[in-house]
Design a protein around this ligand. Structure first.
Ligand code: FAD
Ligand code: PHB
Length: 390
């Protein structure tokens, strides 16, 4: 029978970052991932890293490539009603954000884990967490058709929204809060230069659009779509035509188009489960909460959970002090709810709602005009966008 200190369920960014931070503290962990490394790296998701995550990448010893290849952004553009204005992060905060893809973050973490000899099991099935509410928890799973068991002190549930960790917490203990938005985001990745050197978030009558990027030759664009739309309904040309109609004319004229190398639809959801700890099981990242991607907060909020859990585990293994672990759920949730609020606010501000009345539309435009004209409103947005302190 195998034994480790921490079993990490899920080898996405949360699980891998936690694994690397624990390794630095001399705490042993086994990562269990349902898919292959290539599959995890094939998922195109986040692109904007807050200062907190940038710092954690440094702490985990995996920031060399990010520092060399990532792009520091000190502002973002907001477009509406034919107008565009900038929110300057450094005018209102002492921070910036880093444009560096989640795929690259994950790749750097996998490479570091392999280099440090970390135990990662891919393609595991039927992961079950046992006795998390006792002093002797263990995890069972199947690997290559063989049943396995690992005994441990703690379990980190980093297995995303559809994972098994959250559901291990009995329903009578869990309280769930959810809002499902009546639209999705259709995203494409294309090997074309970004239309602008900063991100453009656009509110238009035809729906939201976002111009983002991964590097000087790789662009990421999104348009709001129907919640039940399908990728097959969108040729590349149809996507580019629709994007051009939703962004300011000056940007539409200079937009360089090309074949998409990835195209996918993501639903938009706000979700939080409380508490984030049950006995010796701790939830991190999308396993515990989801935000609509408008504020670029999902991966970043996963990172702040990882920070609090890493602190708690270090305190416990360092000097037997369990206070960090005992307050994990409260501390993580206090920050989670603030990022939920920001993501909800920014989503409401920028999207076209099917049931939107003319009055609702006027309210959006008035709020955008207020944001454009008020340094105080811009400061509030900038503080949230660069990331609230841990
Ligand atoms: P996941 O990435 O979901 O990883 C969980 C892992 O657990 C997966 O590898 C999965 O295969 C594995 N797993 C699941 N079930 C099991 C099981 N039973 N056993 C073992 N393993 C299991 N966030 C930002 O901060 N900034 C952005 O700019 C941003 N943009 C986004 C754009 C889009 C289109 C989308 C969809 C998301 C975006 N996000 C963004 C959100 C971000 O991608 C997620 O919040 C992030 O991936 C969460 O990481 P995680 O490790 O918690 O979960
Ligand atoms: C992205 O580049 O994928 C991205 C950027 C900002 C967001 C969401 C997604 O708010």
């Amino acid at each position: 029978m195998a034994r480790t200190q921490v079993v990490i369920v899920g080898g996405g960014p949360s699980g891998l970052l936690l694994g690397q931070l624990l390794f630095k503290a001399g705490i042993e962990a086994v990562v269990l991932e349902r898919k292959t490394r290539e599959y995890v790296l094939g998922r195109i998701r986040a692109g904007v890293l807050e200062r907190g995550l940038v710092g954690l990448m440094g702490e985990a010893g995996v920031d060399t490539r990010m520092k060399a290849e990532g792009f520091v952004h000190d502002g973002t553009q907001l477009a509406y009603d034919g107008d565009m204005f900038r929110v300057d992060f450094t005018a209102h905060t002492d921070a910036t954000v880093m444009v560096y893809g989640q795929t690259e973050v994950t790749r750097d973490l996998y490479d570091a884990r392999a280099a440090t000899g970390g135990d990662t099991r891919f393609e595991v099935d039927n992961v079950v967490i046992h006795d998390a509410d006792t002093d002797a928890p263990f995890v069972t799973f199947d690997q290559n058709g063989t049943a396995q068991r690992i005994d441990c002190d703690y379990i980190a549930g980093c297995d995303g929204f559809h994972g098994i960790s959250r559901k291990t917490i009995p329903a009578f203990v869990r309280r769930e809060y959810e809002k499902v938005y009546p639209f999705g985001w259709l995203g494409i990745l294309s090997e074309t230069p970004p239309v602008n050197h900063e991100l453009i978030y656009a509110n238009s009558d035809r729906g939201f659009a976002l111009c983002s990027m991964r590097n000087a030759q790789l662009s990421r664009y999104y348009i709001q779509c129907d919640v039940d739309d399908h990728v097959g309904n969108w040729s590349d040309d149809a996507f580019w035509d629709e994007l051009r109609r939703r962004i300011p004319a000056a940007a539409a004229e200079t937009l360089v188009t090309g074949p998409s190398i990835e195209k996918s639809i993501a639903p938009l959801r706000s979700f939080v489960t409380e508490p984030m700890r049950w006995g010796r099981l701790f939830l991190c990242g999308d396993a515990a909460h989801i935000v609509p991607p408008t504020g670029a907060k999902g991966l970043n909020t996963a990172a702040s959970d990882v920070h609090y859990l890493n602190q708690g585990l270090r305190q416990f293994y360092g000097d037997g002090d369990s206070r960090g672990l005992d307050t994990y759920s409260e501390k993580a949730l206090a920050r989670v709810w603030k990022t939920e609020r920001f993501s909800w606010w920014f989503s409401n501000l920028m999207h076209h709602y099917p049931s939107q009345s003319d009055f609702d539309k006027k309210m959006q435009l008035a709020e955008l005009a207020f944001l454009r004209d008020s340094p105080e409103a811009q400061a509030a947005m900038a503080l949230n966008y660069v990331g609230l302190p841990y």
